[in-house]
Design a protein around this ligand. Structure first.
Ligand SMILES: [Mg+2]
Length: 277
C-alpha cells in the first residue's frame, strides 16, 4: 500500500522563461479582461520582476509535494535567492548552470570542488574568455558585462543594435576553446562546456535514488538537461524553439509566454502522477 518504497521522481526545471516570466516575457495576447491572475515571485530593486499564473502556482505547489522538484537555473545563487516559489522549499536547487548544488539552501562544497576541477582540466580559462568578450563587444550596444560566481560570463546588450552574426562568430571562437554561447533575451552567456545542468541533475538523482527524471527548459543551456531526462518539455518560445531544436522524447509545446509555464507544470504533474499510479 505504501508508496514510500518507490524511488522518487525527479523533476528538474529551468526557471526563467520556463516557469517564471518577467513582464516583457509574459505574452498576454488575450483581451485584458480575460488575462489570467498572476502571482509575483520575485522582487528586484524594490520592483516586481517575475511572475507565474495563479493556476501555475497551484500546480507547482502540488508537484513539489509529490516529487523531488529541483529548480535548475543559470542564475547565480544571489539571483536565485530572490525567487520565492510556491510550495515547500526545495531540498535541492541547482544554480550557476550546475556550478552550485544547493542542499537545503547551502552550496555543497564537494560538488563545487568537483566542478572546478573539471573546468581547470577541460576548457579555456574564464580570464581568456572574458578578455575576448570585452575586446570583441562594441560599447554602442554593450550595456553591462558580468562575471557570475567566478564560473562564466554574460553580457547584457541592446538587441536592436547587436550586429547580425556577432553571436554566431563568438560561438565559433568559444566552441574551439571548450565554451558554449547562448543568447537569451538581452543576455549573451558564455559558459564552459563542462559546466552543465545535466551533470548536477545526475548528481541529485544519485543522491536521491530517483530512477525517473522529468525536465523542462527553453534555452540552449537547457538542451543537455532535456536530452538526459527520460521525458522533457519545452515552451513554444525561446532559443530552442527559435532554432527548431528537437529530440524524440522532448515535447515541443505550442503555448508561449506565461501560458507555456502553466502548461509545462500541468504536463509535469500528469507525467509524475502516472509514475505514482
Ligand atoms: Mg530559461
Amino acid at each position: 500500500m505504501s508508496t514510500l518504497s518507490k524511488p522518487p521522481t525527479l523533476v528538474a526545471s529551468d526557471l526563467d522563461r520556463t516557469l517564471i516570466y518577467s513582464a516583457a516575457a509574459l505574452q498576454l495576447p488575450m483581451p485584458d479582461a480575460d488575462a489570467p491572475r498572476l502571482l509575483c515571485v520575485e522582487v528586484y530593486e524594490n520592483r516586481p520582476l517575475s511572475y507565474l499564473t495563479e493556476t501555475a502556482a497551484g500546480l507547482l505547489d502540488q508537484l513539489s509535494r509529490t516529487t523531488v522538484f529541483v529548480p535548475t537555473t543559470t542564475r547565480t545563487r544571489e539571483q536565485y535567492g530572490r525567487i520565492h516559489l510556491p510550495g515547500p522549499a526545495p531540498r535541492f536547487a541547482i544554480c550557476a548552470n550546475g556550478g552550485h548544488l544547493l542542499v537545503d539552501g547551502v552550496s555543497d562544497r564537494d560538488w563545487a570542488a568537483q566542478v572546478a576541477g573539471r573546468l581547470d582540466d577541460e576548457c579555456a580559462s574564464l580570464a581568456e574568455v572574458r578578455a575576448h568578450l570585452l575586446s570583441a563587444a562594441d560599447p554602442a550596444w554593450l550595456l553591462k558585462e558580468r562575471i557570475a560566481e567566478d564560473l562564466f560570463a554574460y553580457l547584457v546588450v541592446d538587441r536592436a543594435l547587436l550586429p547580425e552574426g556577432w553571436v554566431k562568430e563568438l560561438a565559433l571562437w568559444a566552441g574551439s576553446r571548450g565554451w558554449s554561447v547562448s543568447l537569451q533575451g538581452r543576455k549573451i552567456y558564455a559558459v564552459p562546456q563542462p559546466l552543465t545542468k545535466s551533470a548536477a541533475v545526475r548528481e541529485v538523482a544519485r543522491r536521491t535514488g530517483a530512477e525517473l527524471t522529468l525536465a523542462a527548459g527553453d534555452s540552449l543551456l537547457d538542451a543537455d538537461m532535456l536530452l538526459a531526462a527520460d521525458r522533457a518539455w519545452r515552451p513554444g518560445h525561446g532559443e530552442l524553439a527559435d532554432t527548431g531544436w528537437s529530440a524524440p522524447h522532448v515535447d515541443a509545446l505550442q503555448e508561449t509566454g506565461v501560458a507555456a509555464g502553466e502548461e509545462i507544470l500541468r504536463r509535469l504533474g500528469l507525467a509524475a502522477a502516472q509514475t505514482l499510479a
